[in-house]
Design a protein around this ligand. Structure first.
Ligand code: COA
Length: 239
């Protein structure tokens, strides 16, 4: 079960993020595996920074001095306190990717996270594709489909006329303890239409179970059904 979340959207929760993580694990039971995003910024590409931009004269320094990704240390981006709490839980493991790592805990954790491809970080070599194979679920807890990362997997699979852009990033990674510089090739991911796509998925397929969670809303879906729908939607609507 891949979970994307906002704690504040649920209203006041006794025990906060910790209680939410424990509740999810209780529902999944010992046979269930919980997964959450842990995306970090360890392959920075300052040429793409807009908010704010940085002077070109800084770019090389930023690229060469940024610490390499370290699954134990690298702070995730603003993904919320629930995944951050989950990341620190005993038994939680993190995939190795400088930008798009995931954390998981449970019997399928290693199967989901092992060999996370450096290229195509949310494509066929990613935990999202392993979740698809395992027929896992997605739970949006107090957030909408704009946070639904599994739709990125559909971006790799779908074809639309303007799909051409590839991003190349340099990253420094640790390989057998040694720091090596590599080049990573990826799709120019774009989640601008995920909100609309998700709403259509809900209304056209009726395959999202929604319900109250505190004062917020939970949305539960089968990830494979979502991704397959998203491929068709993108092919019909993206230009
Ligand atoms: C960005 C995002 C995490 C912000 O959500 P949020 O609810 O404001 O932040 P968190 O989930 O970290 O929860 C912390 C907030 O909960 C509130 N809070 C604190 N204790 C709480 C409690 N016991 N019960 C309920 N809310 C509480 C506080 O407002 C706190 O904010 P503060 O630390 O600034 O005071 C959320 O909107 C989001 O986008 N989540 C999805 C992220 C994701 O998975 N993205 C993947 C695709 S990019």
């Amino acid at each position: 079960m891949l979970v994307h979340s906002s704690l504040s959207a649920l209203g006041w929760v006794v025990g906060g993020a910790e209680a939410v993580v424990l509740a999810l694990e209780e529902v999944l039971g010992e046979g269930g595996t919980l997964m959450m995003p842990a995306y970090s910024m360890n392959a920075p590409e300052p040429a793409l920074w807009k908010d704010p931009p940085v002077p070109e004269s800084w770019w090389e320094t930023i690229r060469s001095e940024w610490p390499p990704f370290d699954p134990d240390l690298s702070p995730p981006l603003r993904l919320g306190t629930i995944p951050e709490t989950f990341r620190h839980q005993r038994g939680s493991v993190r995939s190795y990717h400088p930008n798009h790592s995931f954390c998981a805990r449970g019997p399928n954790a290693l199967r989901l996270l092992e060999n996370h491809a450096l290229d195509d970080s949310m494509g066929e070599g990613s935990p999202l594709a392993r979740l698809y194979e395992l027929r896992g679920g997605v739970l949006l807890l107090g957030v909408d489909h704009s946070s639904n990362s599994s739709i990125h997997l559909a971006e790799y699979r779908a074809h639309w006329p303007g799909k051409h852009s590839e991003q190349n990033r340099r990253a420094r990674v640790l390989r057998k303890g040694a720091l090596v510089e590599i080049s990573m090739k990826d799709l120019d991911l774009n989640s601008d239409d995920f909100g609309t796509l998700g709403e259509r998925f809900e209304s056209e397929t009726g395959s999202v179970r929604t319900g109250p969670v505190g004062v917020g809303r939970g949305r539960l879906m089968d990830q494979r059904t979502l991704v397959d729908y998203a491929v068709g939607w993108m092919e019909a609507h993206r230009k």
